[in-house]
Design a protein around this ligand. Structure first.
Ligand code: N2P
Length: 371
């Protein structure tokens, strides 16, 4: 706080000088603006930052390389949904210096004034981003956030036990005699869960039509007897271990599970699915020192070699054009990572719904509580 005031004071002083206002009678009495500008005191980056991230989303080697090069330690803790992360921060948690909200949650957090503006001078590697990720609709010009990875939400399945599911009907009109019955999973995520049911029914995943939402609720209830549970952390491991046969899930996690178990496959049913962009952003509760350290880390994440390490570890598509130049052709041409145009056409983004968000949450809670 103290440093922030000092820095602010120096900035004001510099600005006055730059505007030719230094020393004029309009300057406030106690601001002794120097006639010759002195360099602004550099904020020293903190030696540690707290990174609030989705689980299994970053190669731990990245932290080691970063600490070796910059002497800044990154301490990671995890959340399992945007709503969980948002609730923590709205509840007053101030310990986090870097967070990873998805597109629609970035919009909510900007609207609520929860994010710090990024100092682009500390993030020159922004130029490595593909042009379309520099102008995302929820944060044009990367004023608050930098795209981290992007992906899709579809179905993971065990191809040794069932044929490729072509419709979300496997979940929402399940066959009691199928091998997946009782051994399926859904993400524990209100917007993702509702989106899957709405996509199946052919509706907009951001609908506010009460009748459509009621139909979605009924579909989610029909899925329940087929489910072993709702989970956003272990769904990939359970599929790899053969504990589940079918799972609603995120493409990269399922593709990592495929590394462990070659029978695992990922598909987007004919009705479509969700596409999303996750982002690194800094909560506005941060100190200047920690903000500086977080920006140095964001810049590091945007480096070409680090972007490659990221995608090679988590199997998500990269927003980083420089990294894409170095990624394997096999990865770049994998339709489960980079969906072809005819699939992309059928994907929808989750949008922020303002007060209506609570209706989705209520339905989701009712579905989960039902027996
Ligand atoms: C990583 C989870 C991906 C984030 N395990 C989904 N937005």
């Amino acid at each position: 706080m103290r440093t922030r005031l000092v820095v602010l004071g120096l900035l004001v002083a510099l600005l006055l000088v730059a505007c030719g206002g230094g020393g004029t009678e309009t300057a406030p009495a106690e601001s002794s603006a120097p006639t010759t500008p002195e360099p602004v005191a550099e904020v020293e980056p903190a030696q540690e930052i707290q990174f609030f991230n989705w689980s299994e989303y970053i190669d731990p080697d990245i932290y080691e390389i970063f600490e070796d090069e910059y002497g800044i330690r990154v301490v990671e803790s995890n959340f399992a949904s945007n709503e969980e992360m948002l609730a923590k921060l709205q509840g007053g948690a101030t310990g986090y210096d870097l967070i990873v909200p998805s597109d629609y949650t970035v919009a909510i957090m900007i609207e609520e004034g929860m994010l710090a503006e990024l100092d682009h001078a500390n993030i020159p590697n922004l130029e490595n981003l593909s042009p379309r990720f520099r102008q995302v609709p929820y944060d044009p010009g990367n004023k608050y956030c930098v795209p981290y990875q992007w992906g899709t939400t579809g179905i993971g399945y065990n191809s040794a036990l069932i044929d490729e599911p072509t419709s979300w009907a496997v979940l929402f009109d399940p066959d009691p005699n199928a091998p997946y019955y009782g051994r399926a999973m859904m993400l524990d995520d209100p917007r993702e869960g509702m989106a899957a049911a709405l996509v199946y029914l052919g509706y907009d995943i951001n609908t506010t039509d009460e009748a459509q939402l009621e139909e979605a609720k009924q579909a989610l209830l029909r899925a329940k007897p087929a489910l072993a549970g709702y989970d956003s952390d272990q769904f990939d491991d359970l599929l790899a271990a053969g504990e589940t046969v079918l799972t609603h899930g995120w493409n990269g996690d399922i593709l990592v599970a495929q590394e462990e178990n070659l029978d695992v496959a990922y598909t987007i049913p004919q009705e479509g699915g969700v596409v999303w962009i996750d982002n690194v952003c800094i909560p506005n509760t941060v100190t200047p020192e920690r903000k500086k350290a977080a920006e140095i880390f964001i810049n590091f994440l945007l480096r070409q070699d680090i972007g490659v390490l990221l995608s090679e570890f988590n199997y998500y598509a990269s927003p980083n054009a420089a990294a894409e130049e170095m990624l394997d052709e096999e990865f770049l041409s994998d339709p489960a990572v980079y969906p072809p145009p005819q699939v992309l056409d059928k994907l929808q983004y989750i949008e922020p719904l303002g007060d209506f968000e609570s209706v989705y949450q209520r339905i989701w809670d009712e579905v989960k509580a039902a027996r």
